[in-house]
Design a protein. Structure first.
Length: 461
């Protein structure tokens, strides 16, 4: 039917979005709800019930549009998840990916395998943000870990369809998954005591994982019988939604700021390294295809800006507006990493809030520009740089990017790229089109531009 729609659900760090998209890739309505993470004595987490209540609220905001939906795609933050038994999610909390719990598990992995072997096996470094670090910590703390592990997207899939599933780029965030062979590493799982539970099978984005049943339809207001797929990890899905191409460098501005390039992965080849860059490179699936992405994910601007706001007070909008015409030297990468960990350096504290804000954004722009040079060299990418993500709402950040552009620069017009990408991938499951034959996305050429119109609110995911 010509009036049918696709629904893309984006389970983000700060908000949950439900985007109703038509056959031309245009959004006809977006419902939102805050992601219900709360900080307590243990850390930052939410319950599965709170997550599902927020998803319900976001979808409900679509009103009558819900009844026209012909397929659902779910994208989400990585790492965060829980286990599910036959009767539903267990009592384990959904620990935020940026929560600092899990260092003891990382220590076990590094002692058992070493850093380079973990990279070779999983395509990413051993870090406390991974699923196995969080789940292992919970088990060490006395939690009963049983059932089948899946991420937050899998929790929503289960609520809608009763099926258990996972997607490849999200499975890769577990810290125990080989993104080339597409298998979980049983030796890694055994080393941290997590080989006794099942891990939901990881499928290519766009695979039909289930259809909405009666209980799911009653809960969500969506039609029974329509297909549901897991679209993938939010950053890769955002590339799809923004119209990113394989010969481009995609710079995703948000809570995290990964730089993405297409990568030809070869089984058994050494993991790519970039000694000139802080942190490691991550290998993951390009959603809906057999190709891979290489990501540099060291930058977490949203965490640093939150730390700065806690120090200076005020609102993001006010300080963003005040910083628009402020000239500032970029902060060093070491300062940015310190702020990401919650520690604002003394010399940053001593300057005016708008200067600190501008210097931080300039610092992130400078760090990303340096990383882009290295990633282009490694991947042989010669196309333009495409800016995507919620951070495009920050005029000051975009201008900092423009000042450092050395080649063709473009900006995605789509501000809800993740939820749009999830909807487009739902179209694959619904049989509307094949992967990468999506409706085009609008892109603004910024090469030579000296002024960026638009809102001045601060970056957010």
């Amino acid at each position: 039917m010509r009036d049918e729609l696709l629904l893309g659900i984006d389970l983000g760090t700060s908000s949950i979005k439900a985007n109703a998209v038509d056959r031309h890739g245009r959004s006809l309505g977006i419902g939102t709800a805050p992601t219900p993470f709360v900080a307590n004595r243990s850390g930052v987490e939410m319950t599965p019930t709170a997550l599902l209540d927020a998803v319900h609220d976001a979808v409900a905001h679509l009103g009558e549009l819900r009844h026209r939906v012909a397929g659902v795609g779910i994208a989400s933050m990585g790492e965060t998840g829980t286990t599910i038994r036959a009767d539903g999610p267990t009592d384990l909390p959904l620990v935020a990916w940026h929560d600092r719990r899990g260092a003891s598990v990382v220590k076990i992995l590094l002692s058992r395998f070493g850093a380079s072997e973990i990279l070779r096996r999983t395509g990413r470094e051993a870090r406390d943000v991974t699923s196995i670090a969080k789940l292992g910590w919970l088990q060490q703390a006395g939690a009963v870990v049983e059932g089948t592990w899946t991420g937050v997207a899998g929790v929503v899939l289960w609520r809608l369809t009763g099926a258990l599933g996972q997607e490849q780029s999200l499975a890769a965030t577990s810290g125990a998954y080989d993104p080339i062979s597409h298998r979980y590493d049983r030796e890694i799982l055994a080393a941290v005591g997590l080989d006794h539970i099942a891990w939901a099978p990881a499928r290519q984005a766009g695979t039909l994982l289930g259809r909405i049943g009666g209980p799911g339809a009653e809960w969500s207001g969506l039609p029974a019988g329509i297909p549901v797929t897991i679209a993938g990890h939010d950053h890769p899905v955002g590339v799809v939604g923004a119209g990113g191409e394989k010969n481009e460098v995609i710079d995703s501005l948000g809570t995290g700021e990964p730089l993405v390039v297409s990568w030809q992965a070869v089984k058994g080849a050494p993991h790519p390294v970039a000694p000139a860059l802080p942190g490691d490179l991550t290998l993951t699936a390009w959603p809906g295809t057999s190709r891979h992405m290489l990501l540099w994910e060291t930058l977490r601007p949203g965490l640093a800006m939150s730390s700065l706001l806690e120090h200076v007070g005020g609102t993001r909008n006010d300080i963003e507006f005040a910083a628009i015409r402020v000239q500032a030297e970029p902060l060093a990468v070491e300062d940015l990493l310190s702020m990401q960990a919650g520690d604002v350096p003394e010399h940053v504290r001593q300057v005016a809030p708008e200067v600190a804000w501008a210097a931080t954004l300039e610092g992130y722009a400078a760090a990303a520009a340096q990383a882009e040079v290295e990633m282009r060299r490694m991947a042989g990418v010669t196309g333009r740089t495409l800016l995507i993500g919620g951070g495009l709402r920050s005029r000051r950040w975009v201008e900092a990017k423009m000042h450092r552009a050395t080649g063709n620069l473009a900006m995605a017009s789509e501000r809800e790229a993740v939820s749009r990408g999830a909807a487009l991938i739902a179209g694959v499951a619904a049989g509307w089109w094949d992967a990468e034959e999506y409706p085009p996305a609008d892109v603004v050429d910024m090469t030579g531009t000296t002024f960026v119109p638009g809102a001045t609110s601060a970056a957010r995911s």
